[in-house]
Design a protein around this ligand. Structure first.
Ligand code: HSE
Length: 430
């Protein structure tokens, strides 16, 4: 007896699955109660790589989704193709055929998860996607189980390995953004079109999913604001260093009086904060909650074996329930209320970093200070540096202020002609 699975796609992560299943067969069979067997793999084209694997591991290569959908011996399907099309239509077919589904597709879950989950519930099948967030870190099941009795108030995540690698190089080696991007592309971390990684879109997909597991709320993806790393300059890095911070791209969800605020934004993090030591391609999620308190979950955010291991743990969780003839649990057991208009409802307060460029003349700093005074915002740290061409850089780290106040300040700044706002980032103290 065995539980048969099919895989859609045979790229880096998928090709790690048969290796892991072979290596861990005894332990996995003990956990599930019977063997897990890869029966079919859907590929766009046969080639030497997938044909050799099919022979070595004893599965059949197919090029038509229907040969999986219509195969009654296949109970679990694993989608590792990525992107939206044709993955979404394939997954709907599979769920309607009452097969359990495991996917690592964060884009699809963040954008269309609600529709897929509805379809899974209607057909009484499981839809699991641990590997969609932070690759090898078992964060979604931790949130769904270990935090079931807790109340989370804040979640901070370094969720994109490529941008974290680049920022680490910009900080430690003093590289420019362009140098760091070339290296990330050379090492195969960033794709030739690196938009999703460097603009915070990949991290925002993951944040949308985390929001559902940590807060039981589904925020429309387009309401999670994301600001990327291309605007970070050597000057920002140098100021961060002088003032005792590192710069990271952070996904931030925080509970305010009237709801949640969720965003992905470059962030000055105090070197004393645990997230400051998360370097290179590593990921981490830092959670503040009433019960557990502060906790950080750290590990590989991508890569063949870490991601394949997460996928396998989903397969095994489903397979065990199938073996025991139990209905498969929903992956996320929290009620997922849809909330929209989040940012206008909340009064979350954070510290901010403002960098200005101004003519190096008397009275200019007074002008900047007056905008902050009008909005009732006080300063924690101020730094002025001589720039080029009679210009000066003024950097201000504020005390806590709301997003609304940031918007008000930007209005004052836009009304003046000679002072330029270069960057606004979040600040996290230890
Ligand atoms: N491109 C992602 C990253 C990995 O760099 O973290 C997959 O989510």
């Amino acid at each position: 007896m065995s539980i048969n699975i099919a895989i859609l796609g045979y790229g880096t992560v998928a090709s790690g699955l048969p290796i892991m299943i072979n290596q861990q067969k005894k332990q996995m069979t003990q956990f599930v109660g019977e063997e897990i067997k890869i029966s079919k793999v859907l590929v766009r084209q046969k080639n030497t790589f997938n044909e050799n694997a099919a022979e070595q591991f004893g599965f059949t290569l197919v090029d038509n989704i229907d040969s999986i959908v219509n195969d009654p011996t296949i109970q679990i399907v694993v989608e590792l193709m990525g992107r939206i099309d044709p993955a979404k239509s394939y997954l709907m077919k599979i769920l309607r055929a009452k097969k359990h589904l495991v996917t690592a597709n964060k884009d699809l879950i963040a954008l269309h998860g609600q529709e897929l989950e509805k379809c899974a519930k209607e057909n009484n099948v499981g839809l699991y996607y641990e590997a969609a967030v932070a690759g090898g870190i078992p964060i979604l099941r931790t949130l769904a189980s270990a935090y079931a009795s807790d109340h989370i108030t804040k979640l901070l995540g370094i969720l994109n390995g490529t941008s974290n690698f680049m920022l680490t190089k910009m900080f430690e080696e003093n590289w420019s953004y362009d140098q760091a991007l070339s290296k990330a592309q050379e090492l195969g971390y960033a794709e030739s079109d690196p938009t999703n990684d460097v603009e915070g879109i990949d991290a925002a997909y993951k944040l949308a999913i985390l929001c559902q597991f940590a807060f039981g709320m589904r925020i429309p993806f387009n309401e999670i604001s994301h600001q990327g790393i291309p605007s970070i300059t050597k000057e920002d890095v140098s100021v961060a260093r002088q003032l005792g911070y590192v710069i990271k791209l952070v996904g931030h969800i925080e509970e305010g009086n009237n709801g949640l605020e969720a965003e992905v934004v470059p962030t000055f993090i105090s070197v004393k904060h645990p997230l400051a030591s998360v370097d290179d391609v590593m990921n981490a999620i830092f959670i503040e909650s009433d019960g557990i308190g502060n906790a950080m979950y750290y590990g590989a955010g991508a890569g063949q074996m870490p991601t394949a291991t997460s996928v396998l743990s989903d397969i095994m969780t489903i397979a065990k329930q199938v073996h025991n003839h139990l209905p498969v649990d929903h992956f996320n057991r929290l009620d997922q209320t849809i909330v929209s208009g989040i940012e206008s409802q909340t009064e979350v307060k954070k510290q901010y970093y403002f960098a200005f460029e101004t003519p190096d003349l008397s009275g200019q700093f007074m002008k900047i200070a007056s905008w902050f005074k009008v909005e009732g915002i006080s300063f924690e740290q101020i730094l002025q540096e001589k720039g080029t061409n009679q210009l000066a850089r003024v950097v201000i780290i504020t005390h806590e202020m709301s997003k609304k106040q940031v918007e008000q300040l930007k209005k004052h700044i836009n009304e003046n002609e000679d002072i330029q706002l270069l960057n606004v980032f979040n600040v996290i103290e230890a």
